[in-house]
Design a protein around this ligand. Structure first.
Ligand code: SAH
Length: 233
């Protein structure tokens, strides 16, 4: 894992001083994964590529320094924790609906001595009604949580007007994007850019959709999850 991280971070032009923290995080992830279902990826080099480097690559697409970032449906910490490990000036909020995952995140933060990370257990569509979370973030990020039009309703309510939602998707998300056009518009957003990147040490290409939030969130959103699912925007 260490050699892969060294080569991968160098290739991305990111600092190598994050490596010890990644090694510890990888160890905790694989060890805890034996008793809690956290990830389907169980091979250390694959963890390095498909979790750590995939997520760290976001840092090459936007300026994250000093930004407040919320990771919606973070699971075992992706993409939020790799971003924070490489760019400690981020103030990070991690949200997940599963309590056991949030407990794992808290234990990783304390083992890695990370400061400036808050972890919340709850559903995004409910947490987005909390004053201290609604429209408070420069960036929202999310990977592998929901179809884009559902995801926009879960993520954009956290973003300040003028802020950005970075949705990590595969390169085959064209249809999903078309279907989400109306949702993006109704939620005050606009698709600003689409960026592809190759995960170092692999031939996997992923796509990030950059959605700019241009207007304040209408009070009606986000709706209860049953409504979001039944009538996606
Ligand atoms: N982002 C991580 C995890 C993906 S699995 C990764 O890329 O590895 C999806 C995660 O989203 C799960 O942990 C699930 O609990 C969480 N999730 C799904 N819907 C959610 C919601 N409405 N609010 C908060 N978390 C949610």
């Amino acid at each position: 894992m260490e050699a892969l991280l060294r080569d991968g971070l160098s290739q991305l032009g990111l600092p190598l001083d994050a490596i010890p923290a990644f090694l510890k995080y990888g160890e905790l992830l694989l060890e805890t994964n034996r008793v809690l279902n956290l990830t389907a990826i169980t091979e250390p080099d694959e963890v390095a590529r498909l979790h750590f480097l995939d997520c760290a690559a976001l840092l090459t697409l936007e300026r994250f320094q000093g930004k407040s970032v919320v990771d919606v449906g973070t699971g075992a910490g992706f993409p939020g924790l790799p971003l924070k490990i490489v760019e400690p000036s981020i103030s990070l909020t991690l949200l997940d609906a599963q309590q056991k995952r949030v407990r794992f995140l808290e234990s990783v933060c304390s083992a890695l001595n990370l400061s400036g990370v808050k972890c919340f257990h709850g559903r995004a569509e409910e947490l987005a009604r909390q004053e201290d979370l609604r429209e408070q973030f420069d960036f929202a990020v999310s990977r592998a949580v929901a179809d884009l039009r559902v995801l926009c309703e879960l993520c954009l309510p956290f973003v300040k007007t003028g802020g950005l939602f970075l949705a990590m998707k595969s390169v085959s998300c064209q249809q999903e994007l078309l279907e989400a056009r109306s949702a993006v518009r109704q939620l005050g957003g606009v698709l600003e850019d689409t960026r592809d990147y190759q995960i170092p040490g692999s031939d996997v290409v992923h796509r990030v959709l950059l959605i700019r939030k241009l207007a304040p969130m209408p009070d009606a959103f986000p709706r209860p999850f049953a409504r979001i699912k039944k009538r996606p925007l």
